[in-house]
Design a protein around this ligand. Sequence first.
Ligand SMILES: [Zn+2]
Length: 104
Amino acid sequence: MNRVAQAFTELEDHVSVLGQELGSLKKYAAFLEEENTRLKRELSVLSHTDPALVQMNSAGIRGMAAENLEKMYADCFHVCHFHFGERWTEPCLFCEAFLRHDDE
Ligand SMILES: [Zn+2]
């Protein structure tokens, strides 16, 4: 293969890799957009939440071992400060962030 053909082959490879990366980025952007929408929805719910209740929940959560909280969430109960002890019907971002220790 001559040098020009070689260069084109390498260029094609790069374009192919870039195309794949672009595809991944598009998926990631769509995921972030979806998460943003969900967070906005959660936040609108939070604005109606009683701060005293949140504080009380927070104290309760600190008293429980991490593995109990994980089990509780797996059993469809909120472990986040906002809805602690309530049943969840769809996964809660706050609970998941809390269990991943995003707040640390
Ligand atoms: Zn929750």
